[in-house]
Design a protein around this ligand. Sequence first.
Ligand code: ZN
Length: 114
Amino acid sequence: MVKAQYVWLRCSRCQRRFRGSTRTEALGKLRKHLWKEHRAWMVSRIKSGLRKAKKTKADNPALTSALKSIISPSWVGFAEKPVIEKITGLDYDVVKAKVLDFFVNMLMSGILKQ
Ligand SMILES: [Zn+2]
């Protein structure tokens, strides 16, 4: 008989363990737990990620890398659509548009200064 293989993940905040038959399943449970039990920490993580992205782009005004960020801002992948809408109180597409505006404005001001 084949022994069931489980994937275990541990919450870095409270050491609680989560089991799934696949990594995706375990990750889903862990993420759900993080949002439920450690919401403030998750929000601060996203905010610090945003700050970091802003700083990196400001330090490196190369158009190509900035354009890559517009196409796939890493934090959009990090938080799910309903989560983003819950935090910001805005529609996901509005948030995405705002991020795009932010990068475009930054690019334009960088160009004008040169
Ligand atoms: Zn936890």
